[in-house]
Structures are given as structure tokens and as C-alpha cells.
Design a protein around this ligand. Structure first.
Ligand SMILES: N=CN[C@@H](CCC(=O)O)C(=O)O
Ligand SMILES: [Zn+2]
Length: 420
């Protein structure tokens, strides 16, 4: 008997389903199952079948989508972005070229603080339009689920404005968004002498954010000149008591022990970890905390200390990758470019990289049961790549290899022309 479906995608040269227990840790990240000559069937926005075409049941499909014998994967999952912000910071590029360090620009009132000023001055509607523009860019680069942080307000009104924008963007854009409250992102001028008071003001918002369901995660920037390890511990502990999952910007520039703190607090992810200590790596590997690595930021800030991904994986940690899309330290929506940097600079293998941008990235935002996998019953978030195999995407760098993106079974991006 024929099963009726909305569409089938075939012929698929290589299908990565990523359908395995996650998060995927350590050397298991090397085990990538590749289904050759495959077919995927979709009905009502959900996957009903995925596997070798010769084993597929008879489908009566309203539409047959030609994958041209190319690569098909789950929609990419982007686990760390600063999506909502006013203005832009192109003027900082010359400062960076002259060698002014990122944290010095911040100390002088620039960097994050200049985006805070611009975000405070931008209306909610304008911020929303800007966020939707960036989401479109992410979608066309193969991303179907995105984490988005606030953190350019650091006053009640602007933080809530940013979180409202994330909520509205989630309602109006096809991509799924996961919201993070990053009220503790920098120390504003008003609080220069009393950062604890800023943290108290932000923590006072936890209840309201929870009640209005405006964020799932709370995050903090633990760094020299920003928030100390002790302040981060106190603030995130309060957030956990209020029922939030936590994340931490840790060990990005100076090795303060943020990786260890992420593990101690049971954070869902520790992000950056560029200068994580040996002890931090060991503890990360023994924990359920996912290391979200952001090599685009190291690259964009012109630094040499790329996150020790190899050591982390060899030790047994689960690793995800992200753009860190933001207006200062990494200005790109292209996760494919980050995949290439992960190969070139973090020395991650293509097999590890695909785990890091699908299943593990989904676990890094508490979406392990929803996103990053092609399996029966899952949302049909699927990318057809104009690439002959999975090795090709990180290899041919700096361009967009996406041919078609499906979100919940709908085509949301399709490159003009036949698949090459
Ligand atoms: N490091 C802290 N926050 C961002 C940068 C934000 C900005 O520069 O605007 C990051 O993850 O890199
Ligand atoms: Zn960040």
C-alpha cells in the first residue's frame, strides 16, 4: 500500500541524519553515519521517513524534490548570537587594526557600550526589522534554529525591549528562536564604581522575565574588566534558583576559570573557552556542559589563541560551534564560514564539525529533542546543499553552499537555478 506524503526529497547522494543519542561527546564526534543514495519523506511539516532509497516504502507524494544526488543534512542550529542590537561598529575596525585591544575599546566607552547607547536609542519596531533582516541571512545560510541574547540595554526598559523583539521575531519569522537574558554583559558608566548594584538590578528582573516567559537562559560575561568569577557565580546561582538554565561567556580573553565555573553551576553551555585551563578542560569533559566554541570571534579580533578544541575532544567533551553573531567581535551570519575556521584553526575534523553545528548545538540550547536531527516525527528542518559530500562544505570556504532550506516542511530559501 502506498503511503501518502506531502513531498519526498531524492535522489540524495549523502544524507546525514545525526540521529543518535546526544549530546555527542569526545571521540564519538568522529563517528558520522552517512546514508548513501537516500530519500527523505515529509508530511504536515514532519519527517515521516529517512533512509536508503532502496529500503523506502512506496510513497504517493504530492511533490518530488530533486536533490540532484547531493548532500542533505538537518537545518543548522546556531547556539550563540547577539541578534538584537542598534547601530553597527564599522568605525572600530581601524582601531582594531592599530592594535587597540577589544577590552581597551570597551574600557574607553566603546565596544559593547557603544552598542548599548545605540540600542537604547532604537525603537522596538526598528530593532525587530533589523533582527528579521539578520534572521533572513541566517536562514539563507542553512540555519533553522537560533539562540538570541539580549545584553545591549543593561537597564530594565531596554533589556525588556530586546527580549520582546526576540519574542516577536520568534512569532513572525519562520526560524525557531531560543531567548537568553544577558543583562550582565558589560558595566555601564552609571555602575562603573558599583557593578554589584547593576547585577542586583538585572537579577531583580528575573521574576518578571520568567512570568512573561521572555527568556529560557540567563548568561553573563565573565571577563577581566567586566564581571568577576565570584560575581558570575552569585548571579547565575540566583538565576538557577529562579528556574532558569544558565550559560556563561567564559575564558574568552583572560583565563579566569570560567570553564570550571560553568561546570560547577551545571551550565547548559560554557561559551568561548578560548583560554580554558587544563583543569577546566578536564572538568568540562567529565560534565554535561557543552563547550560552545566561537572561532570566528578569535579570527575577527585578530587573536591567536583559538579554543583548544582538540584537547577538549580528546578529553571527552561535547563541543558545539557558533558564529557568535554580534556587531563587535564577530560580524557574520554565515555558520558555514565558522565550519571552515573550525577545520583550519581548531583542527576539528569535518565529522566533528557536523556534530557541532547540528545535534550538539541543539543540546547547547536545550533543543536536543527538537532540532539538529533528521528522524521520524521530528520537524522537517532540512537543508539541501549544492555540495557533493559533507567534506565539501568546510573545504570550499567563504561562500554559501545552500541550495534549499526547509523549515517545518516549508521551503524558506531556495537558490535560483538548478542544483549544479
Ligand atoms: N564577549 C562578549 N560579548 C560578545 C561581543 C559583543 C560585542 O562586542 O558587541 C561576544 O560573545 O563576543
Ligand atoms: Zn557572545
Amino acid at each position: 500500500m502506498e503511503t501518502s506524503v506531502d513531498f519526498v526529497i531524492h535522489p540524495i547522494g549523502q544524507l546525514l541524519t545525526m540521529d543518535k543519542p546526544g549530546p555527542v561527546k569526545g571521540r564519538e564526534m568522529q563517528n558520522l553515519e552517512v546514508v548513501e543514495n537516500a530519500l527523505v519523506a515529509v508530511k504536515d511539516g514532519k519527517i515521516v521517513w529517512a533512509g536508503p532509497e532502496k529500503e523506502a516504502p512506496e510513497f504517493e507524494a504530492s511533490q518530488r524534490i530533486n536533490a540532484g544526488g547531493k548532500l542533505v543534512t538537518p537545518g543548522l542550529v546556531e547556539p550563540h548570537t547577539h541578534l538584537v542590537f542598534g547601530g553597527s561598529r564599522e568605525h572600530e575596525m581601524t582601531l582594531k587594526q592599530k592594535g587597540v585591544p577589544y577590552l581597551d575599546i570597551l574600557k574607553q566607552g566603546g565596544g559593547i557600550l557603544s552598542t548599548v547607547k545605540a540600542t537604547r536609542e532604537t525603537s522596538e519596531e526598528e530593532l525587530l526589522q533589523k533582527a528579521l533582516f539578520h534572521l533572513d541571512r541566517m536562514a539563507m545560510h542553512g540555519i533553522t534554529t537560533v539562540e538570541a541574547k539580549s545584553g545591549y540595554g543593561m537597564d530594565r526598559e531596554t533589556e525588556l525591549k530586546q527580549l520582546q523583539v526576540v519574542k516577536k521575531a520568534n512569532e513572525s519569522h519562520p526560524l525557531d528562536l531560543v531567548s537568553t537574558f544577558l543583562g550582565a554583559h558589560a558595566i555601564t558608566r552609571e555602575y562603573q564604581d558599583n557593578p554589584d548594584a547593576l547585577l542586583d538590578e538585572m537579577a531583580d528582573m528575573f521574576e518578571e522575565i520568567k512570568e512573561k516567559n521572555l527568556a529560557e537562559f540567563v548568561d553573563i560575561f565573565c571577563e577581566t574588566g567586566v564581571f568577576t568569577l565570584e560575581q558570575s557565580r552569585r548571579y547565575l546561582s540566583k538565576a538557577r534558583e529562579k528556574g532558569f538554565s544558565v550559560k556563561i561567556h567564559a575564558d574568552e580573553i583572560d583565563p579566569l576559570g570560567g570553564t570550571e565555573l560553568a561546570v560547577e553551576l551545571g551550565a547548559v553551555s560554557g561559551d568561548h573557552l578560548a583560554v580554558a585551563s587544563e583543569e577546566g578542560i578536564r572538568r568540562l569533559a567529565e560534565s554535561n556542559t557543552i563547550g560552545v566554541l566561537l572561532p570566528g570571534t578569535t579570527f575577527y579580533l585578530g587573536k591567536d589563541d583559538y579554543a583548544p578544541a582538540r584537547k577538549m575532544i580528546e578529553a571527552g567533551a561535547a563541543i558545539a560551534l557558533s558564529t557568535d553573531f554580534n556587531p563587535g567581535s564577530c560580524v557574520t551570519e554565515n555558520l558555514q564560514l565558522i565550519m571552515s575556521l573550525a577545520a583550519l584553526k581548531l583542527k576539528m575534523t569535518p565529522e566533528e564539525i557536523w556534530h557541532a553545528v547540528t545535534i550538539n548545538a541543539a543540546y547547547a540550547i536545550n533543543r536536543g529533542n527538537e532540532a539538529g536531527v533528521i528522524a521520524k516525527g521530528r520537524k522537517a528542518d532540512i537543508v539541501i546543499w549544492d555540495a557533493p559530500n559533507y567534506l565539501y562544505v568546510p573545504y570550499h570556504y567563504g561562500v554559501n553552499h545552500v541550495h534549499t532550506v526547509f523549515k517545518d516542511g516549508q521551503i524558506i530559501f531556495e537558490r535560483g537555478g538548478l542544483i549544479g
